[in-house]
Design a protein around this ligand. Structure first.
Ligand code: PMP
Ligand code: GLN
Length: 396
């Protein structure tokens, strides 16, 4: 008997999702030899202590399955880190789970908490895996649009946020500091989100992978939503080692929160990957315990590179929007005659040898981001210089 495989055997709920823009743009960079300011990964290694600990663990035999929730040393380090920086106390045995990056933590939490047809309030542009995880759960996203205000800072409309909540809302998915805009949600914005979560009795899931990357000129410091009154008991807080310790390929993340929520996440997570990264887990535990100077030094170094890239983009004629944190800055292509970010980014390697990411692919209402593109500045200064020089040729 012959099997007939349809042209596209993929299930309908995943069909809207093609290859991620990050893969497409990184492949384009490799193919064309362009400077890759698209996908957000650093081009230097993380702290030496962490790398040495990983090598020691690997040679020391930490190569079999770690325990399902993560090795005790890492869970203890995650809890100590949350207490040190954010004043949140966690029981490492019941309120912390280690995941395969923040990506798995987000997916497992959404799959654990959303019934088909439940609604997830999020902000657009959103990190691309959110839409896919929501779709996998059979849930529905209710995005609220962030738009640059007169000062360039991204804001949302309070009325639109209120309207996004309804009887089917199950949770709010919040990313701050925010990829791709570089926005850091203010205390007032977080207060409004917290009050709506409580009014509608819904969960919050917070993606804080850029928790240590808020620059000195940001309008607000980073405040985890879980620290607001009434929020600890309804929030799953997610982060990962990738961004803070320049090891995006390690995929060691975690989720923290009340035991019942963490248990729900863990029960899904055990059937996605079960566990990952045995020799990397002790190394991340070491990194989380580094002195404050590591965290501030990393942030200050990144801020200097942000300033450098912003100067280059401004010189090149882009309408650069303020970035208060993360690895990224967004820019309007209108002053350069651009009208569509996807077309612009696909042509950019040919035109000047640089790769960027169009942000419209992170919106449901794509018009809101049509003219915006994202550049990553988590690169060596010489690479940013090279890119800036190439981009300057665009205007001529
Ligand atoms: N959330 C956001 C906002 C991100 O930018 C990224 C990319 N690092 C992730 C989640 C994924 O993190 P990880 O690589 O730890 O899965
Ligand atoms: N978080 C990275 C970014 O926004 C990319 C992660 C990925 O490639 N999936 O660029």
């Amino acid at each position: 008997m012959t099997t007939s495989i349809p042209a596209d055997p993929l299930v309908a709920r995943m069909r809207p999702f093609g290859t991620t823009i990050f893969s497409e743009m990184s492949a384009l960079a490799v193919r064309t030899g362009a400077v890759n300011l698209g996908q957000g990964f650093p081009d230097t290694d993380g702290p030496a202590e962490m790398l040495a600990a990983a090598a020691d663990a690997l040679r020391g035999g930490a190569n079999q399955y770690p325990p399902l929730p993560g090795i005790p040393a890492l869970r203890t380090a995650v809890a100590a880190h949350e207490e040190r920086f954010w004043g949140l106390t966690r029981d490492p045995d019941t309120e912390v789970v280690v995941t395969a990056g923040a990506t798995e933590a987000v997916a497992a939490t959404i799959l654990a908490l959303c019934e088909p047809g439940d609604e997830v309030v999020c902000f657009e542009p959103y990190y691309d895996s959110y839409a896919a995880s929501i779709a996998l759960a059979g849930a529905v996203r209710r995005p609220v649009t962030l738009r640059p205000g007169p000062d360039g800072r991204y804001r949302f409309d309070e009325g639109r946020l209120r309207e996004a909540f309804g009887p089917r809302t199950r949770l709010v998915l919040l990313n701050s500091p925010h990829n791709p805009t570089g926005k850091v949600f203010t205390a007032a914005e977080l207060g409004l989100i917290a009050s709506l979560c409580q009014e509608h009795d819904v969960y919050a899931v917070t993606d804080e992978v850029y928790e240590h990357l808020v620059f000195s000129d940001a309008a607000s410091p980073h405040v985890p939503l879980a620290t607001l009154p009434g929020m600890r008991e309804r929030t799953v807080r997610i982060s990962s080692a990738g961004k803070t310790f320049s090891c995006t390929g390690w995929k060691i993340g975690w989720a923290t929160g009340p035991a019942a929520l963490v248990s729900a996440t863990t029960r899904v997570k055990q059937f996605l990957t079960f566990v990952n990264g045995a020799p990397l887990q002790p190394a991340v535990a070491v990194a989380l315990g580094l002195p404050d100077a590591y965290f501030t030094g990393f942030r200050d170094g990144l801020q200097a590179r942000r300033d450098h890239l912003v100067a280059g983009l401004t010189d090149a004629g882009f309408g650069v929007l303020p970035s208060e944190g993360t690895y990224f800055v967004t820019a309007d292509i209108t002053p350069l005659g651009g009208a569509d970010g996807v077309e612009f980014c696909r042509a950019l390697p040919e035109r000047c040898g640089v790769v960027a990411v169009p942000t419209q692919v992170f919106y449901d209402h794509q018009d809101a981001g049509r003219r915006l593109v994202r550049f990553a500045f988590c690169k060596r200064r010489s690479v940013i210089d090279d890119a800036a020089q190439r981009l300057r040729t665009l205007a001529s």
